[in-house]
Design a protein around this ligand. Structure first.
Ligand code: G3I
Length: 380
């Protein structure tokens, strides 16, 4: 069973002491400013903990093993880390008979040294699968493959993770399948019951890790996102109706600063609909791409920061939301530069710290959104 670390308890206790019984409606502290104009002082985890939330970031193993400067900022800013790739099938189950925990264990050891909590990501996904799995999966062997993988992997980390993304990106209405489920290797082999199998296997292997269905593309008032939101709610309701042990929805929040269709009432209703089914919500992969914005750094940073806050405010207003993670901590590395290259080829600025590891306007706007969130109880 996961239990909070001394560090997270201290952070929470400090926050409670600062806020007192009658928490102020405005932030107790605002980011102070360093001589270079960048905010200084406590990290985003401190801002989150004062509200009973957590803040964290995805860490790439390459950075963990080679970039000490980058990693030195992680314990300051984060209470939680998640690996960008090391817990996925391709890394952790590279051959049919072989599991390889080296990279994931390195992240676990780092987290333990710094008293950080860890999310597991992900037990079922249609990407980052090893070739052997794609080549050998059949309707006859799929359930055994899935249950053995989850028993072994979730079992290896049992009692040490705060959450597992049990199922990642399983909704894709454009595939025109029942419930809006995505056409994946698991769906083709097992039908929709692969989700039941995965959640039950995760519950058996590590009952203390919160079981999450993680999804992207639910952020805007545009037709594709509307379909995704509706389908996701339907899938969750379907799982709940069969007592499948899902406990939370992860909203990836890969945002686009040039998208104007950000409707806060739509977001508030969506999060409210998830909460009304008795589920928690986690913001799992926040970043803000700027490939649709002009080059000027200052205006880009301002737009990115304002966009993130406009999205976070209605989401964090719901008490079912447990915390926020960004997909990386610094602009030094982001998947967005590969997937959404800017026309002018400039590096994107989607994360809280810049490539020199200085806090940006996005850092401040995330801090303000966390400060403005209603007070929670002790986070899971
Ligand atoms: O570690 C190896 C390295 O040893 C090797 O030299 C190098 C050669 O390409 O590859 C390295 O592994 C790469 C890994 O990222 C490093 O972090 C993999 O090839 C690459 O496929 C992997 O990409 C990750 C991708 O998921 C697939 O696993 C990205 O970093 C990661 O940001 C991305 O994350 C996804 C989330 O899981 C789900 N939501 C969307 C998000 C962005 O695509």
């Amino acid at each position: 069973m996961y239990s909070p670390t001394r560090r997270s308890l201290l952070a929470g206790a400090t926050g409670l002491a600062l806020c007192g019984a009658a928490a102020p409606s405005r932030p107790a502290t605002r980011p102070s400013v360093a001589p270079n104009g960048a905010p200084s002082g406590p990290g985003l985890q401190s801002h989150a903990a004062r509200r009973g939330l957590f803040f964290g970031a995805a860490i790439d193993n390459g950075l963990l093993e080679t970039d000490a400067a980058y990693m030195s900022h992680v314990p300051t800013e984060c209470g939680v880390v998640v690996s960008e790739a090391a817990f996925k099938w391709a890394d952790i189950h590279p051959t049919a008979d072989g599991f390889s925990f080296d990279r994931a264990d390195k992240l676990m050891a780092y987290a333990k040294r710094h008293e950080l909590r860890v999310r597991g990501h992900a037990l079922v996904w249609h990407e980052a699968n090893p070739a052997w799995l794609e080549q050998t999966i059949t309707p006859a062997n799929a359930e055994g493959l899935l249950t053995r993988h989850i028993a072994t992997v979730a079992g290896h980390f049992s009692g040490r993770l705060m959450h597992w993304d049990v199922a990642n990106e399983v909704v894709y209405p454009e595939d025109n399948l029942p419930l809006g489920l995505r056409n994946t290797l698991w769906l083709r082999a097992l039908g929709p019951r692969y989700l039941d199998i995965a959640f039950h296997a995760a519950a058996a292997a590590d009952p203390g890790a919160l079981r999450v269905l993680n999804e992207y593309g639910t952020d805007y008032a545009i037709p594709s996102d509307e379909r995704k939101r509706a389908a996701l709610l339907g899938v969750v309701a379907d799982l709940k109706s069969r007592n499948v042990p899902i406990q939370a929805v992860g909203l990836q929040a890969h945002l686009d600063a040039s998208q104007i269709a950000l409707d806060q009432s739509v977001l508030a209703k969506f999060v409210g609909d998830i909460a009304a089914m008795g589920l928690k919500v986690i913001v799992t992969e926040l970043d803000v791409r700027d490939n649709g914005l002009p080059a000027d750094t200052q205006s880009r940073d301002e737009a990115v920061a304002a966009h993130a806050k406009a999205w976070l405010d209605p989401v964090l207003a719901n008490g079912a939301v447990l915390g926020v993670l960004t997909w990386g901590l610094s602009d030094r590395r982001s998947w967005l530069n590969e997937k959404f290259q800017r026309p002018d080829k400039l590096p994107q600025r989607p994360l809280p710290l810049d490539s020199e590891l200085r806090r940006k306007k996005l850092w401040a706007s995330i801090g303000e959104a966390l400060d403005a969130a209603p007070m929670r109880g002790t986070p899971l």
